[in-house]
Design a protein around this ligand. Structure first.
Ligand code: FMN
Length: 354
């Protein structure tokens, strides 16, 4: 399958503007998600024989590979992701207010470097519309893989109103989520990454955590796991501060990492503004994961994202201390069955350990 993508489909798709190619992919997967018997057939075909499910924050993941936030921003095709071999899917980033994002062009490919740069700016339909879509499609949810919903700050919302903005999205979306990912790390919304600073983070995570636990108590069910998604550009001192806040509010896990704004060495020529992903961010993401894993003595669950482009880079992400990986750029270059390839390699590693 990978052969056909690389030699037939990818050359055609890569002739298109990157965002048009993306939209075409979303439309195709949206249609696929509506045909449940086809999804079930593909899911069976893509299932990894002998894969050990993983338990994390009370959820059961059929394999270690998830779709990272940003590809299914509006929860349009999440139903098709199990058919592609994913073990979980994160939709979003969803913001309280519907917003168009930045002007186009805002997505750039660098095949030689195995990289993308994006400055999408959280283009999305808004929390209310995404909640309505999830409500309508939930009952057709037969193929169960955990569904994460990633929430972020609306562009029009000032930083001092950010907590309210996140809370509104949380309240609209929590009932559809197996976990909520709190995005404070995308570089394309002015001020967003400042929410990683200790004082901002304390009020944000404090309020979200309290609301989440009150909601769980009221419904008499376990709380929805909350995960924080962080930037690879934090210093170790800044990571220490983040970890303190995470511990204070019993946040369930961390997603490390988002895209980087740094351009260094071989990648210094990639000068478009925005977040750099793929191979150039891999070493940085692994550095952050390793630091967190050591600092927390492996007690804080980590989902590793950043430059998982092949079985080797996926293995390195787990070696650094992640329990699961997420992919975005790797799928753009590797095609629709990339998840299966990575999941199979990680499952083989698991068997080798046993
Ligand atoms: C085009 C594009 C859009 C993205 N949009 C989001 C987003 O909306 N929210 C988010 O948390 N991360 C977003 N990301 C970051 C990815 O989820 C991921 O953390 C990052 O790209 C590193 O993984 P990768 O190297 O496998 O791409 C986006 C990445 C790309 C390439």
């Amino acid at each position: 399958m990978g052969f056909y993508y690389e030699n037939l489909l990818r050359p055609l798709l890569f002739r298109l503007d990157p965002e048009k190619a993306h939209d075409l992919g979303v439309t195709g997967l949206d249609y696929l998600g509506r045909v449940s018997f086809l999804c079930r057939m593909m899911e069976r075909y893509n299932a990894i024989a002998g894969a050990q499910p993983l338990e994390l924050f009370g959820l059961r993941f059929p394999n270690a590979v998830g779709l990272a936030a940003g590809m299914d921003k509006n929860a349009q095709f999440w139903r098709a992701t199990a058919a592609l071999g994913f073990g979980h899917v994160e939709v979003g980033t969803v913001t309280r207010h519907r917003q168009p994002g930045n002007d186009r062009p805002r997505l750039f490919r660098y095949p030689e470097q195995g990289a993308l740069i994006n400055r999408m700016g959280f283009n999305n339909d808004g929390a209310e519309a995404v909640a309505a879509r999830l409500k309508a499609t939930r009952r057709t949810r037969k193929n169960y893989i955990p569904l994460g919903i990633n929430i972020g700050k609306s562009r029009v919302t000032q930083l001092d109103q950010a907590v309210e903005d996140y809370l509104t999205s949380f309240n609209l979306l929590a009932e559809y989520a197996d976990y909520i990912s709190i995005n404070v790390s995308s570089p394309n919304t002015p001020g967003l990454r400042e929410l990683q600073n200790k004082e901002h983070l304390k009020s944000l995570l404090g309020e979200l955590s309290q609301t989440n636990r009150q909601r769980a108590k009221k419904l008499g069910q376990p709380h929805t796991p909350l995960l924080l998604k962080i930037s690879p550009d934090l210093t170790f001192a800044q990571i220490d501060a983040v970890l303190e806040v995470i511990a204070e509010y019993n946040i369930d896990g961390i997603i490390a990492t988002n895209t980087t704004v740094e351009r260094k060495g071989y990648f210094a020529t990639l000068q478009e503004a925005g977040g750099l992903s793929g191979l150039p961010v891999h070493k940085k993401s692994c550095g952050v994961i390793k630091y967190i894993s050591l600092a927390t003595e492996g007690h804080l669950p980590i989902i590793g994202a950043g430059g998982v482009m092949c079985p080797r880079t996926a293995g390195e992400t787990l070696d650094a201390g992640a329990s699961l990986v997420q992919v975005y750029t790797g799928m753009v270059y590797g095609g629709p069955f990339f998840a299966k390839q990575i999941a199979r390699s990680l499952s083989a590693r698991q068997r080798d350990w046993v």
